[in-house]
Write a protein that binds this ligand. Structure first.
Ligand code: SF4
Ligand code: SF4
Ligand SMILES: [Zn+2]
Length: 273
């Protein structure tokens, strides 16, 4: 039976222990997070004036990579919006403006200089540098953000990390172990500790299963064994800040559900024909 346990959760990170599933199941969720869960990103830029040292295209590219706080309930994907317009409408597009000039002193233009028509759709951080303007240089533009999917461009990935690993399984044979502590000294992740003449596992989730501890053990065969649980995984998700991590994972599950439903509907159609 599927069981979930939260190991870590904050505004941008989520670490879950998922048991009772197999690799294709957890991998499907990981890949849908990366490729299918939509988020907002700047997709079109109209440069009105640019006398900076960077070309228009480089500035547009830098703007596209700024993570933008996303409202999935208030906006439509452009291809699903009822406006059917290539330019978009206020349900599928958010307009930003930027107007900076360096008069007497050089200035750095930051993501925080972008002014959004909707204050809820704004850069995740206002400290991302876009370009440095020398004295007398100017940057004036309009930029349009839209929802999109990571499979079309990495700027639409709502995460900087979506990964899973098997839950490690470490067994120390008390009969064979002479408590020399070599495995404790070798472990790069401080998974093991020696206390009261015994070696113990103190941070199982940190283990990368590198097996350095097994190689370091002087006993033959080694008194420490490292394996992994077949149906238990640690799932790690790190949001760019575009969406809360819980929302990203629930959207991924909804998308997988929808894809499976489409599949069964089409099977039914094929059988009818
Ligand atoms: S397998 Fe690597 S990370 Fe895990 S306990 Fe051994 S040395 Fe440490
Ligand atoms: S290296 Fe081997 S013998 Fe030494 S403490 Fe670790 S498990 Fe025990
Ligand atoms: Zn629209």
């Amino acid at each position: 039976m599927l069981e979930l346990k939260t190991l870590e959760s904050d505004e941008t990170n989520l670490r879950l222990l998922v048991t009772g599933v197999d690799t294709p199941y957890i991998n499907a969720i990981r890949r849908i997070v990366l490729t299918e869960v939509p988020c907002m990103a700047i997709d079109e830029v109209v440069i009105i004036e640019n006398s900076s040292v960077l070309h228009d295209e480089i500035i547009a590219h830098r703007l596209g990579l700024i993570p933008i706080k996303t409202d999935l309930d208030g906006y439509n994907l452009p291809e699903e919006c009822s406006c059917r317009s290539e330019f978009g409408c206020n349900l599928c597009r958010v307009t930003f403006t930027l107007d900076r000039e360096a008069k007497d002193e050089p200035v750095t233009v930051y993501s925080g200089d972008l002014v959004s028509e909707n204050p809820n759709i704004a850069p995740v951080s206002d400290k991302i540098p876009i370009v440095k303007l020398g004295r007398g240089q100017k940057l004036k533009l309009e930029a349009y953000a839209r929802l999109g999917r990571g499979k079309n461009h990495a700027k639409w990935q709502p995460v900087s990390l979506s990964a899973h690993k098997h839950l490690p399984k470490i067994r120390i044979d008390a009969e064979k172990c002479n408590a020399c502590g070599k495995c404790v000294e070798t472990c790069p992740r401080k998974v093991l500790a020696k206390s009261k003449g015994k070696v113990e596992v103190v941070d199982l989730y940190a283990c990368t299963m590198c097996r350095d501890c097994v190689d370091a053990c002087p006993e033959e065969p080694s008194a420490i064994e490292v394996n992994w649980e077949k149906n238990a995984f640690i799932f790690i998700l790190e949001s760019t800040g575009a969406l809360p991590p819980e929302r990203i994972i629930t959207e991924a599950v909804k998308i997988l559900d929808r894809q499976l439903k489409e599949f069964t509907d089409q099977i039914a159609e094929v059988q009818k024909a």
